[in-house]
Design a protein around this ligand. Structure first.
Ligand code: 13P
Ligand code: SF4
Length: 352
């Protein structure tokens, strides 16, 4: 059978995801910003709390996480960091599945998020009941879900993966003769299927932010900057991934900026990542890949509206008021932790 015959997209009617408008945060003067940061630093200390932020959040949150002994990372490292840090409270600046993953792995800890409405289009596209009914139709498949899913969906799976580890895990499962049911990101699924020839059926979900990168506009930009290396997150459409010099997780793309000899880079992922890229390689020229294509309007414009719900202001509020705590029943946490720990153990083995 040719590799193409091994990839099938499921005929499931998934919910349409409503994309919220970008939140408008009031401009802060340098003095206001510094005062707010001091207040948060004090609260973190008093409450034995640590800040865990994703690379797509506002630069001020990323800096604060680093200045206070927390972490700025991709979703795999965010999960791992929470399990290894002794703080009693984890404050997760990112999207809902990241806070939930922290709570699942650390059920005894308090997990807070600046905004509990910060969800993710992939998570929204994969409701647990619909997903579970779908899995029931493929009892002979190993269920692999992307971390960008709810605790219930994780609990129904055999493996959880992030973009940073999807490829070796799917390769491992394929070499063990497994057929794979993959959800929810069809683009990441397509990318790993092509590289592994895995026998896979995909849930038809996608990320609204990465879906907006368009190959034609990217090619045009590359013609204007022929020496630039093209960096693409694998949640992007196949035609965009095909133009990449490097495809990888947020961590892999940041690493590429500091290790590749190119002076210019075209970056196809959420623009929040540019903050860290500029820090690790201030001498490099970073160009945000074009979204939507000529004549079209972009909905997210390469900035995840849910990640943008995190700010210094609402971070200070949750620490002050103890609001926005994530709760997951011990029973659900126990079930959902099994496939996540499988991934973390696999990552540990890979490092040996
Ligand atoms: P990473 O795991 O690569 O950080 O990706 C998470 C994500 O949501 C990207 O859109
Ligand atoms: Fe989800 Fe896409 Fe936002 Fe990442 S960028 S959190 S996949 S909506």
């Amino acid at each position: 059978m040719s590799p193409l015959n091994l990839a099938q997209e499921a005929h499931v009617s998934i919910p349409t995801v409503k994309v919220p408008p970008h939140p408008k945060w009031p401009e802060l003067s340098t003095e206001q910003r510094n005062l707010l940061k001091q207040r948060i630093k004090k609260l973190l200390k008093e409450q034995d709390a640590v800040l865990v932020a994703h690379y797509y959040t506002d630069g001020s949150l990323q800096d604060l996480a680093e200045e206070t002994g927390g972490c700025v990372a991709d979703s795999l490292e965010m999960a791992r960091f929470g399990t290894e840090h002794p703080a009693r409270t984890l404050v997760v600046a990112g999207v809902r599945f990241m806070g939930e993953t922290s709570k699942i792995l650390n059920n005894e800890k308090r997990v807070l998020m600046p905004d509990l409405n910060a969800t993710c289009s992939l998570d929204e596209s994969c409701p647990a009941a619909l997903f579970s009914a779908f899995c029931d139709q493929y009892p002979d498949h190993t269920v692999v879900v992307y971390a960008n899913t709810s605790a219930q969906v994780k609990a129904r799976s055999d493996w959880v993966v992030t973009s940073g580890i999807a490829l070796p895990i799917i390769r491992h499962l394929t070499e063990s003769g497994k057929k794979i049911l993959w959800a929810p990101d069809r683009h990441l699924g397509t990318y790993v299927q092509k590289l592994t020839d895995a026998d896979m059926i995909f849930w038809p979900g996608s990320c609204v932010v990465h879906e907006e990168f368009k190959a034609v506009a990217l090619e045009r930009m590359h013609r204007l900057h022929p020496d630039a290396a093209v960096l693409v997150h694998p949640e992007s459409p196949e035609s965009v991934v095909a133009l990449a010099d490097v495809v990888g997780s947020t961590t892999a793309l940041i690493k590429a900026v500091s290790t590749l000899p190119n002076r210019e880079f075209i970056v196809a992922t959420d623009a929040g990542i540019l903050h860290k890229m500029k820090k690790v390689a201030p001498e490099k020229i970073l160009l945000a890949a074009p979204t939507a294509g000529e004549g079209a309007t972009c909905e997210s414009c390469a900035t995840c509206p849910w990640m943008a719900m995190n700010s210094l202001q609402n971070l200070a509020e949750v620490l002050e008021n103890g609001t926005n705590e994530i709760y997951i029943s011990p029973d659900l946490a126990e079930k959902a932790s099994i496939p996540i720990r499988r991934m973390l153990d696999f990552a540990k083995q890979m490092k040996k």
